[in-house]
Design a binder for this molecule. Structure first.
Ligand code: NAP
Length: 484
């Protein structure tokens, strides 16, 4: 018996409150056809789930500690004691926190053979030695426990699930019980993903506690690279000027340094999107098969390419915005005005340099084309857009146009430093300019990709990806030799 005594004794039975309006003949007939379901707990989740079950045509009974004194329940539902409610339906949703499960123990006879849906979540990971659903199964061994619905929120259920919360993950040891729960979920307009036996419950319970898990590594990388490069250019630009020239240029920390670091990190992260694909191709060439698993680190890296690319696009967009304000900066306007006045005073005539004009226009053009393609990659990675593309169209954009984006952005960076590239005078305290460091990775990726595109290599990679195996061919040849 639970602390509040809601075990369905006779006093409790008498206090049952029927919220359902009196049925007329037609409604009574339709109610008789309605499938009965039960929910334990009239809290937030129980009410939201109940509302949707009623809208989907189920007959609903709530089990509550205080059938007469619980909060409002959706119109059309009955509220009873737990013991009576348990007998009203073959399938029960437990919308109760795990720490209150103890009251279920005395109800074991009424719950024998029933399907119990555990929707519970915990405040944090590893709060208990076993998953809530496994604990429930141990508490009521005669019931068929199914873990489900815990990844949906009460809010989403009430307002109609969005795309992000349209999927019900479920697991359990009894396949018929799982089918029954899946049928209810489907009737609610949700899609179902069977995650296997009840031992998967821990994973399902951890899922709502995850905060953007696939973004964690790319964000950490972006923050780490941004901090490291900011420190690098700060030392080179501001500290160096102060120490060596006794000049205070600390104002550059706000715009100039930011506008140096964002493109550097952006192009490195874009290269990191394409480097694992190149490594995978070389690994397959080396192994002579595509049937050997990639190392875990490479798998994980490949899985976060979309996030790496989107962060890279965000940083490239910041670079574009920072660049747009260059002409209106006080520092820039002052320098232009000062140089014009000094030339006028010295009666100097400016000579138009054709090659500088070519390089400058090429620099801007490569940057604009690179950024345009960058945007295209970002847009096509949106699920609503990628779902409308065939696999060939998607891979054409993300792979072929992706490498083209990397090429234009790399060209843009080479042209940025074209007049001073590798010039010793640009090294401060023996350190090269930041943009030169940022060129290492994209250059390596482009060169490796060009090697893969060589017809002899490309043919071999394509054969391996269609299933050809070097060892299998060697074995076949030696078998033929033995036979002859
Ligand atoms: P809630 O609003 O606190 O409701 C819990 C209900 O449990 C209460 O209304 C009460 O119903 C019953 N209860 C409380 N103490 C009890 C006890 N000692 N013995 C027996 N029954 C007791 O919580 P909730 O937000 O609905 O969450 C319910 C479950 O759904 C939790 O396990 C939660 O992890 C899970 N969940 C919730 C959400 C969400 O968005 N809220 C999402 C996913 C999963 P009566 O007064 O009728 O007895």
């Amino acid at each position: 018996m639970s602390s509040d005594g809601s075990n369905g004794d006779s006093t409790e039975e008498k206090r049952e409150v029927v919220v359902l309006l009196p049925l007329d003949g037609a409604r009574a007939a339709s109610a008789a056809q309605q499938e009965p379901l039960c929910i334990f707990g009239t809290g937030d989740f129980g009410r939201s789930l109940g509302q949707r079950l009623l809208h989907s045509g189920y007959r609903l009974t709530y089990g509550s500690r205080r059938p007469g004194g619980c909060g409002p329940v959706p119109p059309g539902a009955q509220v009873m004691s737990h013991a009576s409610a348990a007998q009203s339906a073959p399938l029960l949703f437990l919308c109760i926190h795990r720490e209150n499960y103890d009251f279920l123990k005395p109800l074991a006879p009424q719950l024998q053979g029933k399907v119990l849906v555990d929707v519970s979540n915990n405040q944090e990971k590893n709060m208990y030695p076993e998953a809530n659903a496994e604990y429930l199964q141990r508490l009521i061994p005669g019931a068929h426990v199914v873990k489900a619905f815990n990844t949906l929120s009460a809010w989403a259920l009430q307002n109609g699930p969005s795309d992000a919360s349209r999927q019900v993950h479920l697991c359990g040891n009894d396949s018929e019980a799982k089918q029954a729960v899946a049928a209810v979920a489907t009737k609610l307009g949700l899609s179902v993903l069977d995650r296997g036996s009840l031992s998967a419950a821990r994973q399902l319970e951890d899922a709502p506690l995850e905060l953007f898990p696939e973004w964690r590594l790319p964000v950490r990388l972006a923050v780490g690279l941004t901090a490291a490069f900011y420190l690098y250019v700060l030392i080179r630009d501001v500290v160096f000027s102060y120490v060596e020239k006794n000049k205070d240029v600390s104002f550059r920390m706000i715009v100039s340094l930011a506008n140096k670091v964002f493109p550097i990190v952006s192009i490195i992260m874009l290269s990191l999107c394409y480097l694992p694909g190149v490594i995978a191709a070389f690994l397959q060439l080396y192994r002579g098969t595509k049937y050997k698993r990639f190392p875990d680190w490479l798998d994980r890296w490949m899985l976060c390419r979309k996030q790496l690319g989107l962060i890279a696009l965000g940083l490239a967009s910041l670079h574009v915005l920072y660049s747009l304000i260059i002409p209106i900066r006080y520092y820039v306007r002052f320098k232009v005005a000062a140089s014009t006045v000094s030339k006028a005073r010295g009666n100097e005539t400016a000579v138009f340099n054709n090659s500088v004009a070519w390089i400058n226009d090429s620099f801007y053009s490569a940057g604009i084309l690179g950024f345009g393609l960058y945007l295209l990659l970002g847009i096509t990675s949106l699920p609503s857009v990628s779902n409308a593309l065939s696999w060939r169209e998607f891979s054409f954009i993300q792979s072929k146009l992706g490498y083209l984006t990397l090429f234009f952005c790399t060209l843009h960076t080479y042209l940025y430093g074209s007049s001073t590239f590798l010039l010793v005078s640009t090294y401060k305290w023996f350190t090269p300019p930041g943009y030169m460091l940022s060129l290492v990775l994209p250059t390596v990726v482009i060169v490796l990709k060009l090697l893969i595109l060589l017809p002899c290599v490309d043919r071999r990679v394509a054969r391996i990806r269609r299933g050809w195996e070097r060892n299998a061919q060697a074995e076949e040849e030696s078998r033929k030799l033995l036979l002859t």
